[in-house]
Design a protein around this ligand. Structure first.
Ligand code: DX5
Ligand code: ZN
Length: 220
């Protein structure tokens, strides 16, 4: 079994001490930086944009996993590549021509991800799964950190794992929202490869230790 990855969500970091929090992730056992970009239209919240991502990129020493919660993401694919994104995830619900969008992301040299809202069924990916490097299953409604995990997620992860196996795809499964030490093991058992964790990491008193423990649980 390949190692399961932890991606702390920078949305929950202290933006007045961003370099300190980036260094913490660099020095921890975390695998990726998860970066949430919200436009106030696709989701009812605005997070941060290009200048902040550029600053993060300058210091981050690990894979930069960008989660776009924006309408019409095609407009910014090139820009996100230039800003150092390694993985660019768009929302299924925001893409009219998903296949074209995935190709455009790969043309820019990034891995292509697709995020699904809690109400979106896995079967919408039946015809694109072999073109997708990462599926991000939203285990909360996107827009905010610190929400409670939606239990139906386990079933969706299992369905997605079945689809990936059936289609002989190499797609990774990422879970985003409300991840803690309580659900990490069950998510991995259902088929998850990458766990995003925001509040659980950043609200803890020893963030490095929390990441280490979460990673140990995910790989136990
Ligand atoms: C929600 C974001 C998540 C969020 C996770 O819209 O996509 O990445 O930062 O935060 P927690 O782990 O606090 O639910
Ligand atoms: Zn996210």
């Amino acid at each position: 079994m390949s190692s399961k990855l932890i991606a702390p969500s920078v949305l929950a970091a202290d933006f007045a001490n961003l370099q300190r929090d980036i260094d913490m992730i660099n020095q921890s056992e975390a695998d990726w930086f998860h970066i949430d970009i919200m436009d106030g239209v696709f989701v009812p919240n605005i997070s941060f944009g290009m200048p902040v991502l550029q600053a993060i990129s300058k210091h981050a020493k690990k894979t930069i996993d960008v989660h776009l919660m924006i309408v019409d993401p095609d407009r910014y694919i090139k820009t996100f590549a230039e800003l150092g994104s390694d993985i660019l995830t768009v929302h299924y619900e925001a893409c009219t021509h998903l296949h074209r969008t995935l190709q455009a992301i790969k043309t820019e040299g990034m891995k292509a991800g697709v995020a699904l809202n809690p109400h979106t069924n896995i079967n919408v990916l039946e015809d694109t799964i072999t073109d997708i490097d990462l599926v991000c299953i939203m285990s909360v409604n996107p827009g905010f950190g610190g929400q409670s995990f939606i239990e139906n997620t386990y079933d969706k992860v299992k369905q997605l794992k079945t689809l990936i196996t059936r289609k002989n795809a190499t797609t990774q499964i990422e879970i985003d929202g409300g991840v803690t030490n309580k659900n990490a093991k069950a998510l991995v058992e259902a088929g998850a490869d990458v766990l995003v964790a925001g509040s659980y990491v950043f609200k803890s008193s020893n963030q490095t230790e929390t990441i280490k423990n979460l990673k140990a649980i995910a790989n136990s």
